[in-house]
Design a protein around this ligand. Structure first.
Ligand SMILES: O=P(O)(O)OC[C@H]1O[C@H](OP(=O)(O)OP(=O)(O)O)[C@H](O)[C@@H]1O
Ligand SMILES: O=c1cc[nH]c(=O)[nH]1
Ligand SMILES: [Mg+2]
Length: 209
């Protein structure tokens, strides 16, 4: 069964409170989502493999640790997942970025895939799928299906807010995918929105309705 990690650092919780506030406008919302993603990336990458290298300091030779492991791909679920990419690239600047376009039909709540562009070597990369919201879990489950169909093997999912239903759905469909969240909220409402949540993440990031 996949591991679920809540990253409840005080800075993340403080920024999340501001993100949830309906009076926070698009500019601040975007900045805060980027900052939380960057803070979360620190924890999501904690188990990256290291190798020992020899470095010449101005004083002498010494053995140091550097990243050894597989290369990383960040894969946002469009649109809202895009808001997390720049913050993560600040910490992992060499990562490649793939894109999966997915929208949730407002009547049926079923996800619809409309775009997929991934690095060619996706099968050998450590993949971090980003989306601020994990509601019914349908979008994340289908996005991960789309990645696996194209050869992806090492996948983790990173969201700001999840619902208990969404977490369960991903765990059941993809027991190999670890999930990282800032908070798991109480429930979904009748329209499939997370309660208390933050509303529609994509609309708030991009100022559309
Ligand atoms: O877990 P689910 O029930 O599938 O819901 C979550 C999805 O809904 C939102 O996207 P939305 O469909 O609003 O698209 P957008 O990012 O383009 O706004 C959100 O960003 C997730 O992708
Ligand atoms: O609460 C929710 C649920 C789905 N998508 C969002 O942006 N917010
Ligand atoms: Mg949306």
């Amino acid at each position: 069964m996949s591991k679920v990690t809540q990253i409840s650092h005080p800075l993340i919780l403080h920024k999340l409170a501001l993100i949830r506030d309906k009076n926070t406008g698009s500019k601040d919302f975007r900045e805060l989502v980027g900052e939380v993603a960057m803070l979360m990336a620190y924890e999501v990458t904690r188990d990256m493999q290291l190798k020992t290298v020899e470095i010449d300091t101005p004083i002498c030779k010494t053995k140091c640790k550097m990243l050894a492991g597989k290369k990383v791909a960040i894969v946002p679920i469009l649109r809202a997942g895009l808001g997390m990419v720049d913050g993560m690239l600040k910490l992992i600047p060499a990562a490649k970025v793939g894109h999966i376009g997915m929208y949730r039909d407002e009547e049926t709540l079923q996800p619809v895939e409309y775009f997929c562009k991934l690095p060619q070597d996706i099968h050998e990369r450590d993949i971090i799928v980003t989306d601020p919201m994990l509601a019914t879990g349908g979008s994340a489950v289908d996005a991960i299906n789309a990645l696996k169909k194209r050869g992806a093997k090492y996948i983790r999912l990173m969201c700001l807010i999840g619902s208990p239903e969404g977490v369960r759905a991903v765990q059941e469909a993809h027991p190999d995918v670890d999930i990282y969240l800032a908070q798991v909220d109480e429930k979904l409402n009748e329209k499939g929105y997370i309660v208390p949540g933050l509303g529609d993440a994509g609309d708030r990031l991009f100022g559309t309705k």
